[in-house]
Design a binder for this molecule. Structure first.
Ligand code: 5GP
Length: 175
């Protein structure tokens, strides 16, 4: 049977409400200096698009592309930069916007990589934290939802390139 989206774990309404809350918290914390939001491609682009519209302060956006799963549903622990930022982040307030944290390898790598470019500070906003699967210690500044160790799709999250367009987050069946 081809993999398909199964049980809905986070509804469209819950996503909308939580993204609005995150936006308000981020706007409050960055009132003094507008941040650069760095979206992690590809999975975070839907979350990023909604999140920036919930942050009513000056901000700029950029994207970075990394690859870690190479088509499977488990992390290899090996992270590769596949496309870089388009601007310097030196002296800037940087907020990494990530769809989901599983083992933590991807975000640990990204934080290290961006901190080496001498920003004022790097913080992290993740939509979903699969806290049970963590293999490296990681400080997360903003977390949308916590889920158990299941593979999920929708709202930007894919399986083999599919399901990113679902407006909710669902468990993948038969993956
Ligand atoms: P980590 O390096 O923390 O193990 O994995 C992070 C990356 O793996 C995320 O950016 C995401 O692309 C992918 N990932 C982890 N868990 C899931 C999941 O449940 N569903 C999907 N679609 N991608 C996931």
């Amino acid at each position: 049977m081809a993999p398909r989206a199964g049980r809905v774990l986070i509804t469209e309404e819950a996503l909308r409400a939580r993204v609005a809350e995150l936006g308000r918290a981020i706007a409050r914390d960055y009132a003094a200096q507008g941040p650069i939001l760095v979206g992690v491609l590809q999975g975070a682009f839907v979350f990023m698009a909604d999140l920036i519209r919930a942050i009513p302060i000056d901000l700029t956006t950029d994207f970075i592309g990394v690859s870690s799963y190479a088509g499977g549903t488990t992390s290899s622990g090996e992270v590769r930069l596949v496309s870089d930022l388009s601007m310097s982040i030196e002296g800037r307030q940087v907020l990494i916007v990530e769809d989901i944290v599983d083992t933590g390898f991807t975000l640990a790598y990204l934080k290290r990589n961006l901190e080496a470019r001498h920003p004022a500070r790097v913080r992290v906003c993740v939509l979903v934290d699969k806290v049970e699967s963590r293999q490296v210690a990681l400080e997360l500044d903003y977390v949308g939802f916590t889920l158990p160790n299941v593979y999920v799709v929708g709202y930007g999250l894919d399986h083999d390139g599919l399901f990113r367009n679902l407006p909710y987050i669902a468990e993948l069946d038969g993956g």
